[in-house]
Design a protein around this ligand. Structure first.
Ligand code: NAP
Length: 286
């Protein structure tokens, strides 16, 4: 395993998907303060360029690879961008990618009976297939750097609440891939760490950007629930990567739900059913 945490090295090479806003942008700024060499992806070119410019002002080197991360060409360009840009500029001390953050993701609200298969497939492409493929492509460079893959999961990766079944399915899938990959890498003696980060509700445009099943309310049902800041999530992620933590649960709710689920599955099921009306599940449907 890694002798030295990646971010403790000088100017680590950090690749972040979904860096134009929210948690990804906060992560870029947090690593910029450590003079990192950043490779940033998202679709909104102007917003991404602005993030990169701010990172440079804060002492980082930053390059953007704009585009839809579900596209194979963009996935390849992102990993290749880390290699080509930083080889000539100058080479990464470890010769590869120190941290890959699979952060780009989208929500999906709606009761399970209302989710269109096409919508679920689309969300799976972004939340599951893209992180899987980018990680596969980046593994040689991560190995070269004895680096870390960060999977941005969620409390929804542990507990599927009413009206978030589709979204939770993607995060459960991401968690499953992470469990297997970690064990496979360790068994093969490949020096890449895996860190699963589970933010709770975070103050970002996530809810506005979420897909909504037809006929469902756009309300997340989480109005008035306290949110973490994207900066808090970013700082906790950097700490977890520094320490080599395999996972980090960022909220009391995540820890409480997990503990309750371990203690009593029936109790957890009862709590979720009681939460349903508050989360916007229409009453009285059979
Ligand atoms: N906010 C929360 O409450 C919360 C809680 C737990 C976990 N999370 C997870 O945290 C991660 C970041 O979410 P956030 O809250 O920061 O949401 P956000 O503000 O909506 O940011 C999502 C990011 O992903 C990018 N993105 C979306 N579709 C993309 C695509 N097809 N290709 C490339 N980039 C794409 C967006 O940029 P463009 O639109 O420019 O492409 C944006 O930079 C997600 O994986 C989410 O599931 C969020």
């Amino acid at each position: 395993m890694n002798r030295l945490p990646a971010v403790a090295r000088r100017s680590p090479v950090i690749v972040i998907t979904g860096a134009s806003t929210g948690i990804g942008r906060a992560l870029a700024f947090a690593w910029a303060a450590r003079a990192a060499r950043l490779v940033l992806n998202a679709r909104s070119v102007d917003a991404l360029e602005e993030v990169a410019a701010t990172c440079r002002v804060r002492g980082a080197d930053a390059v953007v690879v704009p585009g839809d991360i579900t596209s194979a060409a963009v996935q390849e360009a992102l990993v290749e961008g880390a290699r080509t840009h930083f080889q000539s500029n100058p080479p990464s001390p470890a010769g590869g990618i120190d941290v890959l953050v699979n952060n780009a993701g989208v929500g999906l609200y709606g009761t399970v009976d209302a989710i269109a298969p096409a919508m679920l497939r689309e969300v799976f492409e972004l939340n599951v297939v893209a992180p899987l493929r980018v990680t596969q492509l980046a593994l040689p460079a991560l190995e070269a750097a004895r680096g870390t893959v960060v999977m941005m999961s969620s409390i929804a990766g542990l507990v599927a609440m009413p009206r978030t079944g589709g979204y939770a399915a993607t995060k459960f899938a991401l968690e499953a891939l992470s469990w297997s990959l970690r064990a496979e890498l360790e068994a093969q003696g490949r020096p890449v760490r895996l860190c699963v980060v589970r933010p709770g509700l975070t103050e970002t445009p996530f809810a506005e950007n979420a897909r909504v099943a037809e006929g469902s309310s756009t309300r997340s049902g989480m109005q008035g629930v306290p949110r973490m800041s994207a900066e808090e999530v970013a700082q906790a992620t950097l700490r977890a990567v520094d320490r080599g933590d395999p996972e980090v649960n960022l909220t009391f709710a995540a820890r409480a739900m997990t503990a309750l689920g371990r203690l009593s599955r029936p109790a957890l099921r009862a709590v979720l059913t009681r939460m349903a009306p508050r989360l916007g599940v229409p009453r009285g449907r059979g």
